[in-house]
Write a protein of this length. Sequence first.
Length: 252
Amino acid sequence: MSWMPSADPVLGDKRSCDALELVVVPRVRDLRNGFAVRRAMPNDKRQMVGPFIFFDQMGPVQFLEGQGMDVRPHPHIGLATVTYLFDGRVMHRDSEGNASEITPGAMNLMTAGRGIAHSERSPQSARRGHEGLFGIQSWIALPRAHEEVDPSFQHFDAGNLPVIEDGGVWARVIAGTAFGQQSPVGMLSEWLYAEVMLDAGARAPLDPDHEERAIYVVDGEVDIAGETFEAPRLLIFALGTESRYGPLHAHD
């Protein structure tokens, strides 16, 4: 998702964490179909970060044999949905005739525009054992000029998204441009979305090209200016005027 700017924090100075505007502990939301998500956004103190208007963590969950996720057909309008998995499989079908199985590291971008309906289910082949599911689904608000575009769908396998490995930092650029690499995903506005994994003690910069930025801690802990934040947390950075941006560090 897009990451918000901050003044350059000083390592070890906890007062530097005023760089963070808001720390969100996601709340559990029951989808009324036997499947729950952790919703980080919208929050009563913050409705959006950049164009990201909903941000849901799915799982991690381990299904019993014969069970799985079953989100029945439902409509969307005026936005786009991004589905990205760390584990498991989800079958997407929509009213435009698209059918695609999403697997870990791949991404689905469904642009609803003037209207589309879709379903999201664990495929039958995933219900024969005890397969898990773990991922993120985020909703992107479309620019006003594109709210009623024709619906469309994009799917990119993990192998088609750029990956960067350098100095204990591993990153996959899901959408937008980061770490000197550009995702092939087509977008109606500029936004950034990346999966980043850090070795213990490794540091990663926060890209300053986007005015609003946040990070979501999926697993483990990160340090920002000596303050530790554990998963699951959405860390929203305050707007700042500095031209330099502080790094985040994996916890030892």
